[in-house]
Design a protein around this ligand. Structure first.
Ligand code: ZN
Length: 349
């Protein structure tokens, strides 16, 4: 904070520590009750430079409220006065985030990053807020798709120059991917978004399993013709995006749902509870817990939970258990590694 003024340091502290307006106003009152700098703002809004104008309206759509800022608006704000290539391609992300611990309120933001300018942070171009995901993909995605179509024709004017903008890919987790494409979920029998492999229900595993590691590839042409039966659930607004491949351009890179919460959770619960062959010895569960607690975490990971808990396992815990199990050179681990390898390779392009 060297070189910052008193007020700048105060603003820096408030923003870095996510202080509420109420807390900041309180602190300002306390400071003002003594000998305070003359330029000390009177309100939290002035100190934090909170915008007095909203850049987009909040609309009601099925399931909640929707704020659409827009891609062009975001690009103009972020790229002003920067040297920008003539053409850029965008990576799009849609996901659901719980906002509070004590309520089901969640945000579904649409984020955009510029593939050619990776140092620029992803930009929120729209946010849905509701008690669950948007009820209708059309009302959620239509404004985005309409803007993308407009940009494909007219580009975006930036610093007096035309910027050509295209969509490179949608990068989402498995539930969001199925939602935006209007297709069956990843755990449905026809849920694979990349190939025609049909799953079948396993009463032992109590889930859908795929007996083959890859079927014939799905194609954009067949998808657009609606040729995949139960795979299609609703008509996706993404179909209107120019030069967009519905199969290739919605990529699969979702370790959380497919590996950590998918296979790993199923295996650990099965071995712990004895519903799978070769259950863990009773003294193994506390050993797994001890060993995983000693594994250094990524800085974005939460603390591992106890392996014996029957509550929902979180990704970090399950991921670490993967590391633990791989570190044990048993025949079981070798069989898992084959399973993981096949899952990673199956349809992950
Ligand atoms: Zn597949």
């Amino acid at each position: 904070m060297a070189g910052m003024s008193y007020v700048q340091r105060l603003r820096h502290w408030a923003l870095k520590t996510n202080q509420s307006h109420k807390s900041v106003s309180w602190i300002l009152d306390i400071i003002r009750s003594g000998p305070a700098p003359e330029n000390l703002p009177r309100s939290a809004k002035t100190l934090l430079k909170t915008s007095k104008t909203t850049t987009a309206k909040i609309l009601g759509i099925p399931g909640g409220k929707y704020w659409y800022k827009g891609i062009a608006n975001s690009l103009s704000h972020v790229l002003k006065d920067m040297h920008v290539p003539n053409s850029i391609s965008l990576n799009m992300n849609v996901d659901g985030i719980s906002v509070f611990r004590s309520s089901s309120t969640q945000f579904w933001p649409i984020l955009v990053s510029i593939h050619e300018m990776p140092k620029i942070s992803p930009m929120p171009v729209a946010i849905f807020c509701g008690s669950k995901k948007p009820l209708c993909s059309a009302s959620f995605l239509d404004p985005l798709v309409a803007e993308i179509k407009g940009m494909a024709e007219n580009g975006v004017w930036l610093n007096g120059n035309r910027l050509n903008v295209s969509v490179r890919a949608f990068i989402c987790d498995s539930p969001a991917r199925a939602f935006i494409k209007g297709v069956a979920n990843f755990n449905a029998k026809s849920g694979c978004q990349k190939c025609l492999a049909e799953g079948e229900y396993s009463h032992d595993a109590r889930t859908v399993v795929f007996p083959v590691t890859a079927g014939r590839k799905r194609t954009d042409e067949e998808f657009r013709a609606g040729g995949y039966g139960n795979h299609h659930k609703s008509r996706s607004p993404l179909l209107q995006i120019p030069n967009f491949d519905m199969v290739e351009d919605v990529i699969i890179a979702d370790r959380l749902h497919l590996i950590d919460l998918g296979i790993m959770k199923r295996l650990l619960k099965g071995w712990r509870d004895g519903s799978l062959d070769g259950s863990l010895a009773s003294n193994m569960t506390p050993k797994i817990t001890m060993d995983t607690k000693n594994v250094p975490l990524y800085k974005d990971s939460a603390s591992p939970r106890h392996a014996s808990t029957k509550k929902k396992k979180k990704r970090c815990k399950l991921r670490i258990n993967v590391f633990w199990l791989f570190s044990q050179a048993t025949s079981r681990v070798r069989s898992i590694s084959i399973l993981f390898d096949s899952t990673n390779q199956r349809c992950s392009r």
